[in-house]
Design a binder for this molecule. Sequence first.
Ligand SMILES: Nc1nc2c(ncn2[C@@H]2O[C@H](COP(=O)(O)OP(=O)(O)OP(=O)(O)O)[C@@H](O)[C@H]2O)c(=O)[nH]1
Length: 417
Amino acid sequence: MLDNNQLLRFTTAGSVDDGKSTLIGRLLYDSKSIFEDQLQAIENTSKKKGHEGVDLALFTDGLRDEREQGITIDVAYRYFTTPKRKFIIADTPGHIQYTRNMVTGASTANAAIILVDARHGVIEQTRRHSFIASLLQIPHVIVCINKMDLVNFSEEAYNKVIEQFEEFSSKMLVKDVRFIPISALLGDNVVNRSQNMDWYQGAPLLHTLETMHISSDINKVDARFPVQTVLRPQRDGFIDYRGYAGRVASGVFRKGDEVTIMPSGFNSKIKSIDTLDGELEEAFAPMSVSITLEDDIDISRGDMIVRSNNKPEASQDLEVMLCWLHNDSAKPRAKYTIKHTSNEQKAMIKEVVYKYDINTLERNMDDKELGMNDISKVKIRTTKPLMVDSYRENRTTGSIILVDDATNETVAAGMIV
Ligand SMILES: Nc1nc2c(ncn2[C@@H]2O[C@H](COP(=O)(O)OP(=O)(O)OP(=O)(O)O)[C@@H](O)[C@H]2O)c(=O)[nH]1
């Protein structure tokens, strides 16, 4: 069965002028995923600006305005639906804070679209974005070779980009890479099959997104339930109800399952799984539920309910692939708040093991500074144990962020090795 109806999150990456806005506009326009009145407004503005047809970049301009005024959101999300699937696009601006934006926008993405200008081929930004996509273990990468109209729709130009891409991507960990030759401006192979590239046998972009299998990307094995809130009898108006509310991070929980509470290590059984709409027999990621247990155990926010026969590691020493996201560099041995699922502790960066040179993908063992956009392997020590999995096994319980206590700003995001 195709998992068509599932929500697919994807992010777009590319350097400035590769055509990201045009591509998103084309996707929304040709798939008719835009309301009549919005479309009318865009057509009117396009005409006023002297555009022949519609100015596709206007589809993302609303998002950009918001960004320029606020600066608070670095990543804008856009929703659209086709008869086959729902989509969320994390629109990450291509310039300056590329790493930061991509990490923020892509950490929950099922797929990344990496745009390459057919005239220029693979450039530094392509390598950067692909490397970040591989670090974030985005399961599917679609390389869209854009502006094919400017290279006479040449198959040779397309093959050359694939060759360049494969040359460096062989060093990375991306499971599923596909290539699509497109013209975002003219619409070739975006929603509709190109009439100009008979030599391309694959599907257009939208069809590829609509039919991509994503259910196997979810971790269904390791049952993890970080407790967000403890619902107490009396206080919250629940008579005789003591439940633990939160969101299933991964795996499946069933009524009667033997569970362990971490870090305390107490064992119990699931008495019920409740939602506002009633009781459930089972819950899986990313459902928000409240769980009750057969025993009365002292549990607080930040604890984790897991299946007893499959526990995460409780650790105070973490090895983390860290993306630095802030203008201020890391201060040596400075203390930060580490946020991991619903848990928060104090933490210190003990050691910078190495820093990546993103251009060559080589490890620099001597440069220990952590500045904006740097990606480094670090050792972190926390004041109390966190219940962690490796990011490779679990994108939720395997990721952390660091927050500066003084400013309350996020300074880094990391993947547990
Ligand atoms: N000929 C041609 N031009 C294109 C194509 N796609 C985009 N362009 C043009 O390339 C320029 C840059 O496109 P944008 O969509 O603004 O590119 P971008 O810089 O990636 O977008 P943002 O950074 O997201 O604003 C515009 O003038 C587009 O009209 C294409 O397939 N063919």
